[in-house]
Design a protein around this ligand. Sequence first.
Ligand code: PEP
Length: 248
Amino acid sequence: MRRTFVAGNWKMHGTLAANEALLTAILAGIADTKTQVALCVPYPYLSQAQSRLAGTAVAWGAQNLSQHAKGAYTGEVSAAMLNDFGCRYVIVGHSERRALYGESDDLVAEKYAAAQAAGLTPILCLGETLNEREACLTEQVVGRQLAAVLARCGAASLAKAVIAYEPVWAIGSGLTATPDQAQAVHAFIRGQVRAMDAAVAEGLIIQYGGSVKAASAAELFAQPDIDGGLVGGASLDADEFLAICKAG
Ligand code: PEP
């Protein structure tokens, strides 16, 4: 039986004061959930996350990292730096990074490898655009994104990773994939992994992401291949986020 895992992606939101209130409210309500929970915060707030979340049931992480270990890469942040702030997780290949910052499948695979080499657990995002879905290319696109990581790191690496299926058209749009639509892609992803390593496939956590709300979470998480959620907007509202965590 896989455990439900809900991760919040704060994206580029927050202030020290607002985060303090949000973290306090989340910590006050999290005690009675069995769901595994993590918050992926902007780099400048990692220290705050570490000091507020260390020793609690909530883990923390970042939203991106450099593929390089160190060097002349102005503005970049390495996996080792994330380790210095106690991160357990790092999101790689979020569709906003792929679309807005030109991250290719190969670069995402490099970042995934860099995260794992430093002992971080990558949350690998996969997902198709609306055009791709309408052209019946969902499996081709998601399969290609996954294959880049499998080619570089192998299926066994997924024993220390999380996958988030995030249809691009559902992110921040208010359009959640139906449970059937999401389940079909999750089953496809697990099947691709199963073909290479059955044991890893069975234990693999595959989150759904895309406008998850408290109202939609329980039905999504009840699907056999949906093991939780990667939550953007709703992770900025403590009550909504806690309700999603409790739906697991
Ligand atoms: C995300 O940022 O990964 C995401 C799924 O956002 P939202 O929940 O706001 O759609």
